[in-house]
Design a protein around this ligand. Sequence first.
Ligand code: ADP
Ligand code: ZN
Length: 623
Amino acid sequence: MSSVAAETAPAPLNAARDILRRTFGHTDFRGLQGQVIDEVLAGRNALAVLPTGGGKSLCYQIPALVRPGLGLVVSPLIALMTDQVAALVQSGVAAARLDSAIDPDERAETWRRIDAGELALLYVSPEGLMQPWMLERLSRLSLSLIAIDEAHCVSQWGHDFRPEYRMLGRLAELFPGVPRLAVTATADARTREDIRAELRLEGAAEFVASFARPELILSAERKRGTAEKRVVELVTARPGRSGVVYAGSREKTERLAEALRGAGVPALAYHAGLDKTVRARRLEEFLEADAAVMVATIAFGMGVDKPDVRFVIHADPPAAIEAYWQEVGRAGRDGEPAEGITLYGAPDMAWALRRLNEREVDEGVKQVQARKVRQLYAMLDGVACRAAAVRRYFGEAEVEPCGQCDLCAGDVETVDVTVAAQKALSAAHRLGGRFGRGRLVDHLLGRTKDVSDWESGLSTWGIGAELSANQWKDLAEQLVFEGLLREDPNDGRPLVGPGDPEAVRAVFRGDRTVSMRKPAEGASGGGGSGGGAGDRSRRKGREATVVGPADRALFEALRAWRAAEAKAQHVPPYVIFHDRTLAEIAAARPGSRGALARLNGVGEAKLAHYGEAVLEVVSGFAG
Ligand code: ADP
Ligand code: ZN
């Protein structure tokens, strides 16, 4: 059995390192890759939680190439499988996928290769894998490993729950002795427990990497007026870059894409309501473009590995911090600087909470998810480093501020507004939760139209002269985010009342202070708009890929060569070479195959296929 072989083999990790270099063209393992691979090579089960872009796929691809037999990869989405298989084939790896989109001829050919032992990696969907005939056929083969990608889909606590993932637990008894590796980019302690229990990974070693994504520059701002105008502003300030804009509804994706096209941006809408072929075409267009903006619902994303996405803008906020990190994490997968910008508002939070309430799930699940919603808004509306808040949320200890998010880099000065908060809470209490936020503000300022004697007789009437109407609005919104005020959705005309009684009491006692962002000079809507106009210019100065001015022309020539090559092969440009590799080539100007082979991302197969062509482009720039 293979586990015995692993014990007697001198150093299987050396074989792994060899494949890392020769096949994938990387000099060294990244982060926990080496440890995870070591564990699987020893024939043991493992659970690996690595951030997006952390190189999860090599954790199973390499052991599948080192160990004898066929490696199975379970993946939730066809797009994800297609991309990975295309990239593997480019690197000279015998990989294929079997899913509902494969035609009969290709399917037969794939089975022939499997039976002949020619295939190293096979990508399958969970429901495809668990069909009895499939399991039967696979049981006759020798398997090197079973990898379960996006393993968090098994957990009902998360946002990507896929019931069919639950069937995968049976793999433990169906394929005893075959190491199983679950990988995901997003799992708090609770989700990890769920993965272990559901996938029967008791006793498996757990590898949890840091969630730091130093290349991501995060910011968030409260919505002011229509988000549409702001999104157009943000996107047009980033010309020639690929990006993703997430919106909350299908209709909104269409509208935003149109507005962006009106502003000269090549934008495409994407949502589950579109015809399958339209969706496939737009996805392809996006992947193959050097600069395109996808305006999408969250139906778009999982498995979209375009490495050069330079920004992700949430026109509507994500569902929870897990979703935030995953969605924002789709930017900068190539490790180059990228931005995550989130627009949010109190109505978004109220809507999220209401929708949750309407779902038919356990009360316990609802409570956990409601807390997750609140934690998201506390982070978005918070005053301390966003990246650090996310990492703490995922359980990391001793986290340093990132130094570059809007809250670290910006001049977010805060002021203590505990007394004003006490006034607002007290007014909300006296008004008895019968009015909306606007009316609460009017009450505090003593300017309610046609005020009743009852209201003007309350002790809180007109006690708020220290803040402007906009500042009171901001404060009220913040108190909602902090759970100190509660909004009852009331069919779109929310009513505001006191929130969590324990927390409200703490504010009255002075045990809990409330601080608010100091309003920026001349800011239209008052404070609270971190990541506003002031820091936009500074960010614009950051180059996507670091290419010196002297190498620019060669870099562009290489990109043009790559674009033509990709078009001819009908694959995304980045499966040929990443921008980063082209940048390295432009800087190093290799004069020989040997020199080219030393650069990161140039494996043997790529050297064989593209070496001559690349050297020719480079030699055109000699001297
Ligand atoms: P994810 O964890 O998000 O699935 P991928 O496996 O797609 O990440 O890898 C992200 C990128 O990092 C890929 O472009 C891959 O080529 C690159 N990468 C992975 N491992 C290494 C490594 N050891 N050295 C350099 N680049 C790597
Ligand atoms: Zn920060």
